[in-house]
Ligand binder design. Structure first.
Ligand code: SAH
Length: 261
């Protein structure tokens, strides 16, 4: 289970935090680290010293330019957030994160290998030391996780936040025998992040074309539709149906674009 959890750090500016994150991860048995547009060198004397023997994770960390690339193959994307934002989003506690892991990560039945299913995979996203995660980044997450801290002093050090969530994941992994999935209402592979993003792009394009959405006056429409869709945890097949509806809608407005039978 732990081998299907990726820690993603966005815009980190202190090498020491990258090293300390590697140490926290290795302590808890996590090994996949991705760095999105880091604002510092990952491999420095400080990061290696703070990794205290877990420097192989620093060396193996994958550096990418965008959040999209870091989570493209993930079926569950969870953003760690120190504070509440303008648009409330599904929010869980670190304990609930751990409790959800067996069902989220043992979904072989729904993602049968060889049937185009993704291996279920969790990305835990952490923000910048100075400004956390942006609203656009948070809106790419299925769920947010908040570590319940003193409301007057809520923001933990980045690596300390990684440590706490990694610990909950480890506790959950230790307590869990491989389980049969419990969600009997599912039969198809879950949609990946990339498939969801393609759907959102298609949806926004269509809503603009039919005059329902004005990007100059967004009124959080796309954010609300994202929240609604992500809450449903759609399967790939369900997104294909929705995209088919969007394509048919586009063809209604511009019938000349309709493919000849
Ligand atoms: N100053 C930033 C917080 C930066 S802390 C802000 O106000 O948003 C760096 C990162 O650690 C955060 O982006 C978040 O991913 C994580 N983090 C810190 N405190 C947290 C908390 N109480 N709960 C969940 N994540 C937290």
């Amino acid at each position: 289970m732990l081998d299907r959890i990726r820690i993603v750090l966005i815009g980190t500016s202190h090498p020491g935090n990258i090293g300390a994150t590697a140490r926290a991860m290795h302590n808890m048995g996590l090994s996949e680290l991705a760095l999105v547009a880091p604002r510092c060198e990952a491999v420095t004397s400080e990061s290696i010293s703070r990794a205290s023997g877990a420097d192989h994770l620093v060396h193996a960390a994958r550096t990418v330019a965008t959040l999209e690339e870091a989570v493209a193959d993930c079926t569950w994307v969870v953003g760690a957030s120190a504070r509440s934002r303008t648009l409330p989003w599904p929010m869980i506690t670190p304990r609930e994160l751990g409790q959800s892991l067996p069902a989220e990560l043992n979904q072989h039945k729904f993602n049968p290998p060889g049937h185009g299913g993704h291996e279920p995979r969790l990305a835990l996203i952490f923000g910048r030391e100075d400004s956390g995660l942006s609203n656009a980044e948070l809106q790419r997450c299925h769920t947010h996780v908040h570590i319940p801290t003193n409301p007057d002093f809520s923001s933990l050090n980045l690596a300390a936040a990684v440590q706490l969530l990694a610990y909950e994941c480890r506790l959950a992994a230790l307590a869990t025998q491989p389980m049969e999935p419990t969600d009997e209402a599912r039969s198809e592979p879950l949609a990946s992040h990339t498939e969801l993003e393609r759907y959102f792009e298609h949806l926004e394009r269509t809503l603009i074309r039919i005059g329902f959405h004005d990007p100059a006056l967004p009124r959080q429409l796309m954010a609300r539709l994202r929240r609604f869709t992500l809450r449903a945890r759609p399967e790939r097949m369900e997104l294909n149906i929705l995209r088919g509806i969007l394509t048919a809608t586009e063809q209604c407005i511009h019938p000349q674009e309709r493919k000849k039978p």
